[in-house]
Design a protein around this ligand. Structure first.
Ligand code: ADP
Length: 162
């Protein structure tokens, strides 16, 4: 049965990501949401914190597992028998970047397909970086991220350890 990966930085997870995860679950038998450890982006939350938040939010979703990965996504896919990578697309800039990644992954493993899902309309302008920017300056992030993420953001910025 087909296993799909939903990879990303998830720094932190937003309603846009959760929408993509739910829709992926509707298309594939099993879903592995994987947090990239070796992201070149410097992150606000540690990998463990990002995995923990995602784990709590996906706990009610059967057939969805949360994990992290290091190194090449194609190697992780091989190890776990995944045949598809699902990516959400918001802007043309997402497409340019993601198309390059998809072609590189396909070159490394021709049995691994990348599937693009268009963003949910209400989430098209939503990104982890926008959420962090708003939260850093004390703005309201309700409607953008779940309560547990709001709490973590408040704690992070209150401690000033961003
Ligand atoms: P971000 O750009 O928010 O930092 P990530 O690196 O965590 O995102 O992204 C992982 C995947 O989730 C990417 O494929 C990205 O396009 C997708 N994604 C992020 N936010 C949204 C959204 N609001 N709607 C659809 N897809 C999204």
């Amino acid at each position: 049965m087909a296993i799909a990966l939903v990879p990303g930085s998830f720094d932190p997870v937003t309603y846009g990501h959760l929408d993509i995860i739910r829709r992926t679950k509707g298309l594939f038998q099993d879903v592995r949401v994987v947090v990239a450890r070796n992201s070149s982006k410097s992150s606000l939350f540690t990998t463990e914190e990002r995995v923990e938040m995602l784990g709590k939010l996906c706990a009610e979703m059967d057939r969805v597992v949360v994990d992290s990965f290091d190194g090449l996504l194609v190697d992780y896919a091989r190890q776990h028998g995944a045949t598809a990578i699902v990516k959400g697309l918001r802007f043309v800039s997402d497409f340019e970047y993601e198309l390059q990644r998809a072609l590189a992954n396909h070159r490394l493993n021709s049995e691994l397909e990348t599937v693009f899902l268009p963003t949910g309309l209400q989430y098209s302008d939503l990104s982890s970086s926008i959420v962090k920017e708003i939260a850093r300056h004390g703005g309201a992030v309700e409607g953008l991220v779940p309560e547990i993420v709001q709490q973590r953001l408040r704690a992070k910025f209150a401690l000033g350890n961003e």
